[in-house]
Design a protein around this ligand. Structure first.
Ligand code: ADP
Ligand code: MG
Length: 249
């Protein structure tokens, strides 16, 4: 199974941005192919990577559930085809978008198929990067039950940090089987003070590093340019790479 790296943290802290930087890092450091999974219902990792999404696993699941199978095709063949269509193959990485969560009704059979598909798929990659939404609930429903590295992204606000520390506690309580958890302070306007550092250490977390607030990162997002197109000497990109050099196995 791949080394799996998952993002967590309050909304807007930079999980998707850091995911994009991480995927670029892994591809540039010969750790490819990477399986990138966008597990946020409001999927936008594709934008950071500069891709357009045509099919999601959620969509495939809906169609399975409705039982729409073209004539001349067995159900199994149709389902495999749909799921495979949801894997967007790029140079150095593939992206899978989970899409909208299931609606009402029983999705058990469809979910079993989907989980099996993702597990088999993940086996083909040395690295898996999962971008998440703010909550942790769905981390417990994860297909890949083990998370080797949990990156909790926070901004410099006290609330962001507290949310991060709660996530760490929840991850422990849910027994998610997390190898190692780190805090990344993103969008920083200054170095964290001692009080912040103490809060982190006291919670049993390790500060992986600080990524500065960078006008260009923000501008790229605002104008719809993919974050991964930032220059290697962009200060935020450089800081992120230095963090990954230290913590990525
Ligand atoms: N280091 C940074 N400097 C400036 N803006 C950033 C930085 N990191 C993220 N942002 C911006 O913050 C916003 C939220 O980032 P995003 O990655 O979507 O957060 P999340 O996935 O946690 O909700 C985006 O506009 C993004 O461009
Ligand atoms: Mg996001």
């Amino acid at each position: 199974m791949p080394v799996s790296i998952a993002m967590a943290g309050k909304g807007g802290t930079g999980k998707t941005t850091v995911s994009g930087m991480l995927i670029k890092y892994l591809v540039n450091h010969g750790k490819a192919p990477v399986l990138a999974v966008d597990a946020d219902a409001n999927a936008n990792l594709n934008e950071v990577l500069g891709l357009e999404v045509t099919e999601t696993l959620g969509n495939a699941r809906e169609e399975m559930k409705k039982g729409i199978v073209p004539s001349g095709m067995t159900k199994d063949v149709f389902i495999s085809m749909k799921l495979e269509q949801a894997v967007m193959e790029q140079t150095g990485f593939d992206l899978v978008v989970m899409g909208q969560p299931e609606g009402a009704g029983c999705y058990c059979a469809a979910n079993t198929l989907l989980t099996g598909f993702l597990e088999r798929l993940a086996g083909n990659y040395p690295y898996l990067v999962m971008d998440n939404e703010a909550g942790m609930e769905h981390l417990s429903r994860l297909t890949t039950k083990n998370v080797d590295v949990l990156l909790i992204v926070t901004d410099t606000s006290r609330r962001g940090l507290q949310a991060g520390l709660r996530i760490q506690k929840l991850a422990n309580d849910l027994k998610l089987g997390i190898g190692k958890s780190y805090i990344i302070i993103n969008q920083a306007k200054s170095e964290p003070d001692d009080e912040v550092k103490t809060m982190i250490v006291d919670s049993g977390l390790e500060l992986a590093g600080v990524i500065p607030a960078d006008e260009e990162v923000y501008e790229f997002d605002l104008t719809g340019r993919p974050t991964v197109d930032l220059d290697a000497d962009n200060p935020a990109m450089k800081a992120a790479y230095a963090i990954f050099d230290r913590i990525i196995p």
